[in-house]
Design a protein around this ligand. Structure first.
Ligand code: HEC
Length: 149
């Protein structure tokens, strides 16, 4: 068997491969950096401080300790990135989300995973609903694949 794969070919494969993947990585970084601002609807955030307030309520109450948001978080409770759409979308969806959060029995529901009662006021409920509606408008390239989340 002839050994035609010389040291210099190995070096060329190494340098060529390295250059190729460095360029590919740079192209993907460029693509993410130019696509992400279009997809995450930053103009909605800028125009509506309620959404930022809702995000703070989300963080302060550790909703992500049980829920996932766009796939990130805990898998104890349903995905909430698309919950406003799941509850009917638009104003009706937001109202249903607020009603759900408000109606949690403080003692929990025996025999199933249940969500705590957070005792949020009307203003906070509106803010969290606006934040969840904003999350439902982020272009996630059709993820999650079904409305159940
Ligand atoms: C201790 C865990 C826990 C925390 C923390 C928690 N949840 Fe939940 N949540 C649940 C569980 C469990 C369910 C499903 C309950 C059910 O179906 O009866 C749920 C359901 C929901 C639903 C309805 C989802 C659906 O598709 O039916 C919404 C909306 C929701 N939670 C919002 C929130 C928000 C907003 C916060 C933070 C303020 C939060 N949750 C924090 C456990 C939690």
């Amino acid at each position: 068997m002839s050994t035609s794969f010389s040291t210099s070919s190995a070096r060329n494969v190494f340098y060529g491969g390295t250059a190729f993947f460095v360029l590919l990585f740079a192209a993907l970084v460029f693509q993410s950096e130019s696509e992400t601002p279009k997809r995450d609807r930053r103009e909605m955030l800028a125009a509506n401080p309620q959404i930022a307030a809702g995000k703070r309520i989300w963080e302060d109450n550790n909703c992500i300790g049980c829920h996932s948001l766009l796939g990130e978080g805990a898998y104890f409770a349903p995905e909430l990135g698309n919950v406003v759409d799941r509850f009917g979308g638009g104003e009706a969806g937001k109202a249903a989300v607020k009603a759900f959060i408000q109606s949690r029995p403080p003692e929990g529901i025996s025999g199933r995973r249940s969500m705590p009662q957070f005792n949020l006021g009307e203003k906070q409920l509106n803010e969290i609903a606006d934040f969840l509606e904003y999350a439902s408008k982020i272009d996630t390239a059709k993820w999650p694949p079904n409305i159940q989340g």
